[in-house]
Design a protein around this ligand. Structure first.
Ligand SMILES: Cc1ncc(COP(=O)(O)O)c(C=O)c1O
Length: 399
């Protein structure tokens, strides 16, 4: 029997799994690990959303197959969100599809629009589905930088000039996971011009649309006039409303891409459980003070973490958005590499972080720190890290 499966062969070992296994083993030994390694929100959704889920689940007719592309009310709720938040008009019938989380949406779209051998431009470092969705579909990835500076534009132009076959798709993700970098509308204006000129689809992952700090709301690519000719954008309720396990996200934008995604999904799934979709409507249509509270919670955690880790001897730039800090290894320990450093933090400081190399080779030299524990635990993590750094000869002034 052939066990050499084409798609499985294309998947390398999951680098972060090594640290995850160590964390699980440490916990099994009863050690109290402060887990800043995952991107899993630690707060529940607002009560009215949970109430709606329960209310609809109690109805006898709510348990059949739902609609793969999402119930009409939810697609309308998403269109209303884009209208009020970004001033973008969307047709809920042709320009919106509900996905089982944005991750599923990205993977399904990749399988819908990719032929084996296609070249896809994806950021490095990046959230894994940005590359592996396409690798599973048989494409090759050409990496472009994550940082949106002039080097980024040079890399895009070089990719078009020198890649055969010509790239068909560019993935962008701002606020970025893992680097937390953001862009302004001028970036998207230039990007839409570039993509229209080169006839390249743009897939924008806006999973952290509402986690921005310092009063700078993150823009949508669809705010650019003409963006719908080339772009589709993914958003998610996972982080905005603490609904990560519920698996609800959206794709909106270009009608051709939405149709392709909807078509593939119609063969694969029956849509999210109807009560979940009804509760997602309640989240989007209901009071939005919970979104502001969540933003403020991450904002406070960010400030506590940056301050406490700085005092511990580790200077980390404050992320302007997302729920992560992208932390350069302390210079004195840089040679160790991000994987070994993450292992050492776990073993000697009881703090789990994600090694940057797990997000692509250009993530080496960094670890990703999630703001997914409360302020007290973040301060405790900093105390543990301080002791570890001191044991390595790094003190607060020399880090
Ligand atoms: C950038 C980015 N996109 C997508 C996702 C997946 O989100 P969802 O829960 O909507 O599938 C994540 C989750 O961490 C993410 O960081």
């Amino acid at each position: 029997m052939d066990t050499d499966f084409y798609r499985i062969k294309r998947l390398p070992p999951y680098v972060i799994a090594e640290v995850n296994a160590m964390r699980a083993a440490a916990r099994a030994e009863g050690r109290d690990i402060i887990d800043l390694g995952m991107g899993n929100p630690d707060q529940p959704p607002p009560q009215h959303v949970i109430d709606k889920l329960c209310e609809v689940a109690a109805k006898p007719d709510a348990h059949g197959y739902s609609q793969s592309k999402g119930i009409p009310g939810l697609r309308k709720a998403q269109a209303n969100y884009y209208a009020r938040r970004f001033g973008v008009d969307l047709d809920p019938e042709r320009e919106v599809v509900v996905t089982l989380g944005s991750k599923e949406g990205l993977a399904s779209l990749a399988s819908a629009i990719t032929a084996p051998g296609d070249t896809i431009l994806a950021p490095n470092p990046s959230y894994p589905i940005h590359t592996f969705g396409f690798i599973i579909a048989g494409a090759s990835i050409r990496s472009v930088p994550t940082t949106p500076d002039e080097n980024y534009w040079r890399a895009l132009d070089n990719a078009v000039a020198f890649t055969v076959p010509r790239p068909t798709v560019l993935v962008v993700n701002f606020p970025s996971n893992p680097t937390a970098e953001t862009v302004d509308l001028a970036f998207y204006e230039r990007l839409v011009d570039w993509a229209r000129f080169h006839k390249i689809w743009v897939l924008s992952d806006l999973a952290y649309s509402e986690l921005y700090y310092d009063g700078k709301p993150t823009p949508s690519i669809l705010q650019v006039p003409g963006a719908k000719e080339v772009a589709i954008e993914f958003t998610s309720l996972s982080k905005t409303y603490g609904m990560a396990g519920w698996r609800i996200g959206f794709a909106v934008g270009n009608t051709t891409l939405i149709a392709a995604l909807t078509r593939v999904k119609s063969y694969i799934d029956y849509g999210a459980f109807t009560p979940i979709q009804a509760a997602a409507c309640a989240a989007l249509n209901g009071p939005q003070d919970c979104v502001e509270q969540t933003r403020q919670m991450y904002h406070r955690r960010r400030d506590v973490m940056i301050d406490a880790f700085g005092r511990a001897g580790w200077d980390i730039p404050a992320p302007p958005a997302s729920m992560f800090a992208w932390a350069p290894l302390p210079p004195a320990l840089k040679e160790m590499g991000s994987m070994e450093f993450a292992k050492q933090l776990l073993t000697h400081a009881q703090v789990a972080v994600a090694p940057g190399v797990g997000y692509g080779e250009d993530g080496e030299g960094y670890v990703r720190i999630g703001l997914v524990e409360n302020e007290q635990r973040l301060r405790q993590a900093a105390r543990n890290v301080k002791r570890y750094l001191q044991s390595m000869g790094v003190n607060a002034s020399a880090a």
